[in-house]
Design a protein around this ligand. Structure first.
Ligand code: CA
Length: 592
């Protein structure tokens, strides 16, 4: 890893900040109202529920065909890697994060840079899946983001000067951080990345002003949380679902951050795969008695009390997980067509789950990708009905003890859906899910834990299921699981989705196209070639009476690194790093 020298131009400011008082402060009310206040975007997900739905309709199905670029901004740098950020817009400034832990403040009217911060990353960082960052958080007069050396940095949003910088965990043990933090009642809440290194997943809450830790909540049973510097409570029950000492390096990385459900005052975080991948090493003997090999709370969703870090409820999507089906994907609070308060989440394991918002209880699950074969379905309690012959075999049962039986499992470990966020439309009541149709050959191998080394005990090769497409954007009815429409894309989808009251669904493709679809029919209404693959997350906002849309373009992420035969299929794609903004020229808009 190349050593990065900070190019921070401290205090090089600035023209064009005409609006916004010198003392404008992002408040809890700003965060709470992010979906309805359309002149700014101050949270990841365009609202802490991460619905990625905007009530703006100035750009709509009638006029979206006239959308053209307003300005673009290059991230520069020697290496262009995956750009997965979601922009924030506040007080005349757009904030974006970039690959290699960079953060930029840009004049939102002109596209000119105000300041740039480059984290000084040490030698030996261990990012598993490209050097990405998925976005910042903003509160008070500070902007925050996580870095690849597992730190969180608070910057003065006007100058880019460091206010505080705290260590989340030890990068030498495989920890890193890439998700956007979530801020609730003055606490800045993060998880940890590093699930392929035998780390232990945790959720941490700090005082946003000072960076002082308020509480920590490890997510693997047997570990003890903290509250104001003192031990608090044990997570789960020691050795209830983990044998021996395996829980000490049990994984469950909380690497995609979380949502906040204000109606139930609950943080909802997902947890990654249990470690190692080889599930036979984590069982209390086979046949597994009384779910003793479930490995709580890996591959789960957790409802957490933001005041003290106590776990309110858990729902495990993949007990006894053995395919790297991380349970981290975003959990979106919504109200269904019957008026019931629900959560929805589209899991790596290929099932779309609906849960009760009061207690996380299972309501329903539907397959959302084709040919799922590791489970035949989900039973009425929410537990998978395993197809044991499609679990990769135990190396100890092989003749030489070196390689278990290889199986072809669907979906692949990159999931029916990976990190790329879906969107929920309050207009249609549908979820728009960026999914992928692929499987994998997977086998298990012996492995022992070694600090800072990959802790998988598995090998794999990803394969497409169909010749003509892998990516599949689906409009899903959360009451029935019915797929109302589907857009098929040749390359795997790896970018976020956004939907609007204008009847539009926006997303980007690795082939570089930023697209808008009709939310009812899936008809493609607009497309723009951005010059590199899109793996970022679109936003929209209102400025000077006009609606703007922005997305970052820059191919990368996990697919080219881990995608096996799929990676070969996409290796012609060029890297990049451009933030694009779009609007309808005002005379055309007025003429409509
Ligand atoms: Ca994983």
């Amino acid at each position: 890893m190349k050593r990065f020298i900070s190019a921070l131009g401290a205090g090089l400011l600035v023209s064009g900040l005409a609006t916004g008082g010198a003392d404008a402060q992002v408040t809890e009310a700003d965060l709470r109202d992010d979906q309805t206040v359309t002149t700014q975007v101050v949270t990841n997900g365009m609202g802490r529920h991460q619905q990625r739905y905007s009530p703006l309709d100035m750009i709509n199905t009638e006029n979206v065909g006239r959308l053209v670029p307003a300005w673009a901004f290059s991230l520069g740098g020697e290496k262009q890697r995956g750009q997965e950020t979601q922009p924030l817009v506040y007080d005349g400034v757009m904030y974006i994060t970039g690959s290699y832990s960079r953060l930029y403040a840009i004049d939102v009217k002109t596209g000119e840079e105000i300041w740039q911060y480059d984290a000084r990353l040490p030698e030996g960082i261990l990012p598993c899946c490209d050097v990405v960052n998925r976005g910042a958080a903003i509160y008070g007069d500070m902007i925050y983001f996580g870095t690849l050396d597992a730190r969180i940095v608070a910057l003065d949003r006007k100058t880019g000067d460091v206010v505080w910088r705290k260590k989340i965990a030890d990068y030498k043990a495989g920890y890193s951080y890439t998700a956007a933090p979530v801020i609730v009642n003055g606490l800045i809440v993060t998880g940890v990345s590093g699930g392929e290194f035998g780390i232990v997943g945790e959720v941490q809450a700090r005082d946003a002003e000072t960076g002082e830790m308020v509480w920590t909540r490890p997510v693997i049973e047997g570990h003890v949380g903290t509250f104001k510097g003192e031990p608090s409570t044990m997570t789960g029950t020691l050795n209830a679902t983990w044998p021996g000492d395996m829980w000490k390096t049990g994984g469950g990385a909380t690497w995609l951050g979380g949502t906040y459900d204000i109606d139930t005052d609950t943080l909802v975080f997902g947890t990654g795969n249990p470690a190692p991948w080889n599930s036979h090493l984590r069982n209390a003997g086979e046949p597994v008695p009384d779910n003793a090999g479930d490995n709580l709370y890996a591959a789960s969703r957790l409802g957490i009390d933001p005041a003290n870090g106590e776990i309110k409820w858990h729902f495990q999507t993949t007990p006894r997980e053995g395919w790297d089906f991380d349970g981290v994907n975003e959990v979106i609070p919504f109200v269904d067509a019957n008026g019931d308060r629900r959560y929805a989440t589209a899991d790596r394991n290929g099932f779309f789950y609906v849960l009760n918002r009061e207690d996380g209880a299972f309501v329903a699950a539907y397959p959302f990708v084709e040919q799922i074969n590791w489970a035949s379905g989900i039973d009425e309690t929410g537990r998978p009905q395993f197809v044991e012959e499609n679990r990769p075999g135990d190396p100890a049962a092989s003749t030489d003890g070196q390689k278990g039986e290889t199986v072809f499992a669907v979906p692949s470990f990159l999931g029916g859906k990976n990190w790329q966020p879906m969107a929920y439309s309050q207009k249609t009541g549908l979820f728009y899910v960026p999914s992928n149709e692929w499987g994998m050959d997977i086998w298990n191998e012996p492995v022992t834990y070694k600090k800072g080394a990959a802790y998988l005990g598995s090998g794999f090769t990803i394969k497409p299921l169909f010749e003509d497409y892998i990516g599949s954007l689906k409009a899903i009815d959360p009451l029935t699981g019915e797929v109302k429409w589907e857009y098929k894309n040749n390359a795997p989808l790896w970018g976020g989705v956004m939907t609007t009251a204008g009847g539009l669904v926006f997303t980007g493709t690795p082939e570089g196209h930023f697209k808008a679809f009709d939310d009812e029919t899936g008809e493609e209404l607009w497309s723009f070639q951005t010059g590199s693959g899109i793996v970022g997350q679109p936003i929209t906002w209102e400025m000077d009476g006009e609606q703007y849309v922005a997305v970052i373009s820059g191919w990368g992420g996990a697919v080219p690194l881990w995608g096996g035969e799929v990676a070969k299929k996409v290796n012609y794609l060029n890297q990049g790093g451009l933030l694009w903004t779009f609007k309808i020229p005002s005379q055309l808009s007025a003429a409509n």
